[in-house]
Design a protein around this ligand. Structure first.
Ligand SMILES: [Zn+2]
Length: 383
């Protein structure tokens, strides 16, 4: 757990000052109203604690989740005591997501912010700062989990990303092997120096540490425990409710974990190979016994080269992979090309929530639903 409290950037201080100035009249009105109310009632206690602090009498705790599945978990654990909003919406592509000013407002209205962490939400620090960061708790839910090192996309397709990771030779990225990705969101290196150190940065997008911990259910349980503990801290009156909700939800996740393991058993062992659209499934593969055979898009911020596509097509054929997987939140026409050339099926996988559309059969709007859909899809394609 970390409190975001670096406010050393002049630009953001100016923003804050502006915001505070704007808010002042509202606060004045609130105090005025409180004084009025006190005036006509018992004259003794006019204490204006209208600040809306967590756990105040019957008030809900306002929570911001960076990603939709985190929002789902927070609702499960928080129940009626919390009001949760999510910054990234279903269908948004997480890696290339750009927040809007209203997202800062959402954070400034919240007492607790939950993020995945490990470099996935590069934009969050700036948002929290422009929302007056020191007033709220930011919880990195993947903190403390054992990372899978490296890109993890099998021997065949990982050459390109290995190189760029080790030597910083990625197209247009060569100059900043260390403070990598600092410029992507339009911020300067200094702003993110601390974060890069802490999280291992986001080299080659998924860099040294792949951030997709949540796609393994035992890891997701760790997220849920983190949410529970943070909510208890923010709202001690709700401790019992949070503990009970978390216990119930964790039991459901245990069932989910068993379901996935059982389903995987129905896939012939030699077919337990994943060719995914982006490098989102190493924790899933590790937990449930899949080989990561290839990744179509090595870096979500770049396009795949035709050489990479040709190589992956060859790998799919050589490895007798029966199906490859696409992800609806990406523009993943490349998967279709590869599947056609290698003469294999294409099935969807979900690393985030999506809404029903031309290419998506149904909404994916809960963590459990997402994980079930994933393993069902694997069984359909590989079983
Ligand atoms: Zn990803």
């Amino acid at each position: 757990m970390k409190k975001a409290m670096q406010q050393d950037i002049k630009r953001d201080i100016n923003k804050e000052v502006k915001k505070k100035a704007k808010r002042l009249p509202l606060l004045a009105v609130a105090i005025f109203a409180a004084v009025l109310a006190a005036g006509c009632g018992s004259a003794d206690s006019g204490s204006a604690d209208s600040g809306g602090s967590a756990g105040g009498s019957g008030q809900t705790v306002r929570v911001t989740a960076t990603l939709p599945f985190i929002g789902d978990m927070a609702r499960e654990v928080g129940g009626e005591r919390v009001e949760v909003s999510s910054i990234v919406q279903p269908g948004d592509e997480v890696h290339t997501f750009q927040p809007s000013p209203s997202d800062a407002q959402g954070i400034s209205d919240s007492e607790v912010v939950f993020e995945n962490g490990h470099g996935l939400e590069q934009w969050l620090d700036d948002l929290v700062q422009s929302a007056g960061g020191e007033e709220r708790t930011v919880v990195e839910l993947s903190e403390g989990l054992e990372p899978v090192e490296g890109g993890s996309h099998g021997e065949h397709s990982s050459e390109a990303s290995q190189n760029s990771r080790e030597e910083g030779t990625h197209a247009g990225e060569g100059e900043h092997a260390e403070g990598e990705h600092a410029e992507e969101g339009g911020h300067t290196g200094e702003e993110h120096a601390g974060e890069a150190e802490e999280s291992g940065g986001h080299a080659d997008e998924h860099g040294a540490v792949n951030p997709h911990f949540w796609l393994s259910v035992p890891n997701a349980e760790h997220y849920v425990e983190g949410i529970r503990d943070a909510l208890i801290e923010a709202d001690p009156d709700g401790e019992q409710a949070y503990r009970q909700n978390a216990e119930d939800y964790l039991a459901e996740l245990e069932d989910l974990d068993s379901y996935i393991s059982e389903q995987v058993q129905s896939i012939p062992e030699q077919n337990r190979k994943l060719v995914t659209f982006h490098d989102g499934f190493p924790y899933f593969a590790e937990e449930y016994g899949f080989e990561l055979t290839g990744v179509v898009l090595q870096n979500p911020n770049a396009e795949a080269s035709s050489r990479e596509v040709a190589e992956l097509t060859r790998t799919v054929q050589e490895e007798n992979v029966p199906a490859i997987f696409t992800e609806p939140q990406f523009n993943s026409g490349l998967s279709d090309t590869i599947a056609q050339e290698a003469n294999v099926e294409v099935h969807p996988l979900y690393a985030t929530f999506v809404q029903e559309s031309d290419i998506v059969e149904r909404d994916i709007s809960s963590y459990e639903q997402m994980m079930r859909a994933n393993v069902d899809s694997m069984v359909e394609g590989l079983g």
